[in-house]
Design a protein around this ligand. Structure first.
Ligand code: R5P
Length: 292
């Protein structure tokens, strides 16, 4: 038998997937002991079953990761037949290089923890920049799904045909350009210089008539929001009609949503890989299809 088990960060998404795929849904009961340690209990026996453990690694990336690893190992100890980690947002992927001497390349260690606990991994738009594919990180089968078609459908439904799609930095072409191509919109990719987690500089493409244009900026992640905020500001200076921000993973840390609204973003939309008030694009169908 197959079971979809919702962990702390992804209960709603897991329920939707179970309904779409007509697979039994169950919970991993989770609470914290007074000292902060996690208590985990499978609400339904997992013995002999294929279990899909659904857990996004945000919010609280460190505890979420530990709970997923403990759940996977616990399921194995209780006799589960196959353990698939469905991790809509895979944290730590941006720590993919030693930028300064002594830095730990955390993405590698996150991958080691997961591959030693799971049989397979399914994730959505992982931040692949210095890694070309998940197989460079994981020795277990690791499937990358992409939200681009769902994002494209959303834009097609909500925005006029002449809306210009912007990728705020060189890496964002994987989302911005692909989405624009799917719905035959114009796409422009900017360049970004990041001097720290909270300081970015966006270089806009000159020689384009921005005035009066409706704009959608697309990126994989909005974290502190600085990438989007600086892009919105640059575009507003050029008198565009309206700027909207769309991302796959709406981390929205440190008041990012408020900062974006203040900078003049007309709307901020994300996919439901992470619980967020900005979630408007449902990926439960996309992920459910992959549960074979
Ligand atoms: C990094 O290159 C990603 O694609 C995003 O642009 C980045 O994570 C956004 O971070 P923030 O919102 O903190 O600028």
């Amino acid at each position: 038998m197959k079971m979809i088990i919702g962990l702390r960060n992804s209960i709603d998404l897991a329920k939707k997937m179970a309904k779409k795929k007509k697979i039994a849904f169950s919970l991993l009961e989770t609470r914290n002991f007074p000292d902060g340690e996690s208590y985990l209990r499978f609400a339904t026996p997992v013995k002999g079953n294929t279990v899909y453990l659904v857990q996004s690694l945000h919010p609280d990336p460190n505890n979420s990761l530990i709970e997923l690893v403990f759940a996977a190992r616990g399921a194995r100890a209780q006799g589960a037949k196959r353990i698939v980690g469905v991790v809509p947002y895979l944290a730590y992927m941006r720590q993919d290089k030693r930028f300064k001497d002594g830095e730990v390349i955390s993405s590698r260690h996150m991958a080691l923890l997961l591959e030693r606990s799971l049989d397979e991994l399914i994730t959505v738009d992982p931040h692949l920049h210095r890694y070309n594919s998940l197989s460079e990180l994981f020795s277990i089968p690791a499937k990358k799904l992409s939200a681009v078609e769902e994002v494209a459908k959303y834009i097609d439904k909500k925005f006029p045909k002449n809306t210009v799609i912007i990728g705020p930095d060189e890496e964002s072409f994987q989302w911005a350009l692909v989405v624009a191509t799917l719905i035959k919109h114009k796409a422009v990719i900017f360049t970004k210089r990041r001097s720290s987690s909270r300081k970015v500089n966006i270089k806009i493409k000159e020689g384009f008539d921005w005035k009066g244009k409706e704009i959608v900026i697309i990126d994989d992640i909005i974290s502190t929001g600085h990438t989007m905020v600086e892009t919105v500001k640059e575009l507003k200076r050029r008198k565009v009609k309206a700027v909207h921000c769309i991302c796959v993973h709406g981390i929205l840390a440190e008041g990012a949503l408020k900062k974006l609204k203040k900078a003049g973003a007309k709307s901020v939309v994300s996919c439901n890989t992470i619980p967020s008030p900005t979630n408007k694009i449902d990926l439960s169908g996309l992920i459910a299809k992959e549960l074979r």
